[in-house]
Design a protein around this ligand. Structure first.
Ligand code: FBP
Ligand code: MG
Ligand code: MG
Length: 321
């Protein structure tokens, strides 16, 4: 079985990108340790602070953000970072070739119940001399690498550098990520959907009708029964989709008119969309491919529908009507 180090050494990517991937992955091992200590390290619970999006930050949101920020700042390949937990973009190294967007801890409402959380990252080329927010506003199709690390019963890494998706499992004794899935392939059909059903009355008519038809099962137009899962951490829900197929959606809703979408484009939707597409699935807002969206700002939110290609297409047909 190949180690992550061996896999990266043999892959056909720039040396500088290899270095950056090692920085991200080594930091994720430290995060995995911090997360696993939980209450023993006094890292659970909330802080008094809110992020720019008005969300109360958990202690671990801030701890993991600082760990990644410091590690990336010390990596000369990194020109700048954008994080869920940073109001503005942060400059790193003047001559860095890459910009890194990340969600240091996704699913942070799961921390206090010892359930799944993860780190999501997206790597973009740094194309401009001067670092500004505008440097980051590139379409998702420009990503040179994307991935997540899931802190679950095992710590797992899913990675794409544009050559399919590979999954690695952290060996608890050697502390090495081992290649455990060389080419992830999402089944094209599924009988499993993931959506926060409590928002049902706030969805648009297309999503209402689509989910209603799934729930009718073999008594409705779909003529098959569907099961439902909701982990409340995108990283966990997408991991299930990559592992055994499914459709995951966080659609537009009218619950809070000032916030029609929940998931963030640059460090949630884009990296997950690249992983899903590289595994043979689809990722859309309902009206546009996620990877084709021209971002307007780093904390922009979008509707997300992703997963098994035939099922996503079926859902998109409801939106086209
Ligand atoms: O609270 P809800 O509506 O179930 O939302 C869950 C969604 O919110 C998120 O947790 C947001 O991520 P953060 O924890 O990074 O803010 C997604 O991972 C997840 O899909
Ligand atoms: Mg998140
Ligand atoms: Mg987060």
């Amino acid at each position: 079985m190949q180690t992550f180090t061996q896999y990266v050494a043999g892959s056909n990517i720039d040396t500088s990108l290899k270095q950056l991937l090692h920085t991200l992955v080594n930091t994720s091992k430290e995060i995995s340790k911090a997360v696993s200590h939980g209450a023993l390290a006094g890292v659970l619970g909330e802080t008094e602070q809110q992020n720019v999006q008005g969300e109360t930050q958990k202690k671990l949101d801030i701890i993991t953000n600082d760990m990644l920020k410091n590690a990336l700042d010390n990596d000369l390949t990194v020109k700048g970072i954008a994080s869920e937990e940073e109001d503005y973009v942060v400059a790193a190294n003047e001559n860095g070739q890459y910009l890194v967007c990340f969600d240091p801890l996704d699913g942070s409402s799961n921390i206090d119940i010892n359930s799944l959380v993860g780190t999501i990252f997206s790597v973009l080329p740094a194309t401009e001399d001067e670092l500004t927010e505008a440097s980051f506003l590139q379409k998702g199709c420009n990503q040179v690498a994307a991935g997540y690390v899931l802190y679950g019963p095992s710590t797992m890494l899913a990675l794409t550098t544009g050559n399919g998706v590979q999954m690695f499992t952290l060996h608890p004794e050697t502390n090495e990520f081992m290649l455990t899935e060389a080419q992830v392939a999402i089944p094209v059909d599924t009988k499993e959907f993931a959506i926060n059903m409590s928002n049902q009355r706030f969805w648009q008519p297309a999503m209402q009708t689509y989910i209603n038809d799934l729930i009718k099962g073999d008594t409705g137009v779909r003529q098959k029964n569907f099961n439902m899962r909701w982990i409340a951490a995108m990283v966990g829900d997408v991991h299930r989709v990559l592992s055994r197929g499914g459709i995951f959606t966080y659609p537009a809703d009218t619950k809070n008119p000032k916030k029609p979408f929940k998931l963030r484009l640059m460090y949630e939707a884009n990296p997950m969309a690249l992983l899903v597409e590289q595994s043979g699935g689809l990722a859309s807002t309902g009206y546009e491919n996620i990877l084709d969206i021209q971002p307007q700002e780093i904390h922009q939110r979008v509707a997300v529908i992703l997963g098994s290609s035939n099922e996503v297409e079926t859902c998109l047909n409801y939106h086209a009507l």
